[in-house]
Structure formats: structure tokens, C-alpha cells
Design a protein around this ligand. Structure first.
Ligand code: AP5
Length: 188
């Protein structure tokens, strides 16, 4: 199964992708996690990405695509994957389609987690206190939401046009949201 999880910052993509990864026994690929690992390891990619991430902007398509292409070539991806945080704009969506067409492994389903921006601000303020993620300051969170609305929201229509889109309400317990996602995937 090849799934793309879409949703605004803090909508629960990472939380849900982790649970789905265990349920379906396929890897969870998060471009945000891959980038944070590169920042931590101070690789060339990480050094380029850090200031962009701290501002809540998108890292360049070229850098992220190169990183993702490499990850999708790993052996563990043969049985499917859950993609979280990618694609982030229409250029990335089209590049992903082309890459997966080459691999003869097209996306099966995109699931959008829908959530109100004020819920996001509250959730990420809590995470900022608990974990201190450097892009969880209120100003950066608001910019991440703006970037999502301008650049990522059109990707929802991209999968809608391909009749691969499901939408679930993202408020409720983690388990409740997960049951909604599992439900829409089972219906396909
Ligand atoms: P990324 O890591 O993808 O961050 P994001 O999209 O802003 O999303 P988050 O990780 O903040 O939230 P999430 O939706 O995964 O929710 P989570 O489960 O964590 O990207 C970070 C940056 O990297 C970007 O700004 C950009 O700079 C760069 N980047 C990444 N991908 C890129 C790409 N493709 N192209 C270019 N640049 C890229 O949950 C959030 C919080 O809510 C947690 O504390 C969680 O415990 C809590 N929570 C989850 N579910 C619930 C629930 N149901 N109820 C209450 N709390 C909940």
C-alpha cells in the first residue's frame, strides 16, 4: 500500500503515519524527520536546510526531491510506504508521480487530515513547551500555516483530480482519528 498523508502543520500527520506504519508493516517516510536528522548531523543538506526550516518556509524542491529519491530506492520500500510531509507543492506532487511511475509503484491513496488553524496553534504551543522544536514558536507556526495554505493546499486538489483523495476530521483522540483513516482506507 502506498499512502500519502496530507494536512497542515500539527494536524497529526506524523502521529498517524507512525501508527499506520505499524498496522500495515510499511515504512513511514517523513521528509521533515529526514531533514531534522540532516540538520542534527550537520550534513551539507542539513546546513542548507536549517535556517529555512526555522523560518517555516519550504526547503528547495531540488534538495528535498534528491533526498526522497534516495530514500525511495531503499529495499524496505518495495512493499509500500506512508509518505508524511511530501509532496508540499504541485511541483513536488508532479515529480513524485513521475518518480513512482518510473518505479511502477503509483500512489494508491492520499488522506488529508482536516483541522482548524487555531487548534494547530494550541497543539504546537504545547509541543514547543514539551519538546522545544525550533520551528514551533508562535510566529513560525503561523508562517508554516500560511505556507501550507498557499503552497500545499493545492496538492489536495491534485489527488482529488486523480480520484485518490479521502478527507478525515483531525480533531478527537489519536485513536479516533486513526479509526477514521483506517476506515477510509478499508473502503477503497
Ligand atoms: P514537517 O516535519 O513535515 O512539519 P509539519 O508539516 O509542519 O508538521 P508537524 O510535524 O509539525 O505536524 P504533524 O502534522 O506531523 O503533526 P504531529 O503528528 O507531529 O516539516 C518541517 C519543516 O521541514 C517544514 O516547515 C519545511 O521547512 C521542511 N520540509 C519538510 N518537508 C518538506 C518538503 N517536502 N519540501 C520542503 N520543505 C519541507 O502532531 C503535532 C502535535 O500534536 C504533537 O505534539 C502530537 O503529539 C499532537 N497530536 C497529534 N494528534 C493529536 C490529536 N488527535 N489530539 C491532540 N494532539 C495531537
Amino acid at each position: 500500500m502506498r499512502i500519502v498523508i496530507l494536512g497542515a502543520p500539527g494536524s497529526g500527520k506524523g502521529t498517524q503515519a507512525t501508527i499506520l506504519s505499524e498496522r500495515y508493516n510499511i515504512p513511514h517516510i517523513s521528509t521533515g524527520d529526514l531533514l531534522r536528522a540532516a540538520v542534527k548531523a550537520k550534513t551539507e543538506l542539513g546546513l542548507k536546510a536549517k535556517s529555512v526550516m526555522d523560518a517555516g518556509e519550504l526547503v528547495s524542491d531540488e534538495l528535498v526531491l534528491g533526498m526522497l529519491r534516495e530514500r525511495l530506492q531503499a529495499d524496505d520500500v518495495a512493499g509500500g510506504f506512508i509518505l508524511d510531509g511530501f509532496p508540499r507543492n504541485l511541483v513536488q506532487a508532479e515529480a513524485l508521480d513521475a518518480l513512482l511511475a518510473e518505479m511502477e509503484q503509483p500512489v494508491d491513496e492520499a488522506v488529508q487530515i482536516e483541522i482548524d488553524p487555531e487548534v494547530i496553534v494550541g497543539r504546537l504551543a504545547k509541543r514547543a513547551e514539551e519538546e522545544g522544536r525550533s520551528d514551533d514558536t508562535e510566529e513560525t507556526v503561523r508562517n508554516r500555516i500560511r505556507v501550507y495554505e498557499e503552497q500545499t493546499a493545492p496538492v489536495v486538489g491534485f489527488y482529488g483530480d486523480q480520484e485518490k483523495l479521502s478527507q478525515v476530521f483531525g480533531v478527537g483522540t489519536v485513536e479516533e482519528v486513526n479509526a477514521r483513516i483506517v476506515g477510509v482506507l478499508a473502503d477503497r
